[in-house]
Ligand binder design. Sequence first.
Ligand SMILES: [Zn+2]
Length: 183
Amino acid sequence: MKLTHPLKNEGVITSTYKWRGNHFHPGIDIAAGMGTQIVAVASGIVVQAKQGCNVGQAYCNKGLGNYCVIDHKNGYYTAYAHLTDLHTKEGQKVRGGDVIGTEGSTGYSTGSHLHFELRTDLNLVQKPGSLDPYPYLYEGKELPISKNNYLFEIVATILVVGLIAVIYKRGVFTKIKSKIIGQ
Ligand SMILES: [Zn+2]
């Protein structure tokens, strides 16, 4: 899965994935003009879309300001922070290149920039679970595609249904029911 640049190759990197003193910066900062369109780097589902922050409210949404997170359904997530506006809602499906918001300076930010994270979990701003996005955005490195996602979901559903059927057959529900009723 090749990633689209979140600013369509515009902007200037102002901070990389590295330690800054005793604090780890688990993403990449890309400065561009206020209002520059931000696009999804690949297809997925918006799993977080947080708004309500104005410029100057440093601790709004834990410092991330207005932000969203996309689940790419292959074990990877991308996060886009400090936005002016979001153009997405939670649960929305997006494709790579779709506009998801506009660049801004909300949250803990001193100038218009995008804070971008590539992660294997949703613990934003934490080092564990984060990856350096640089090779994926600037060197053409590709994320693995999980081809077995649908198959996995089907198998998992069958197992759950099967388990419920077994429990039902063994009369567990009846026992619980009679306990509640007091018989
Ligand atoms: Zn940052």
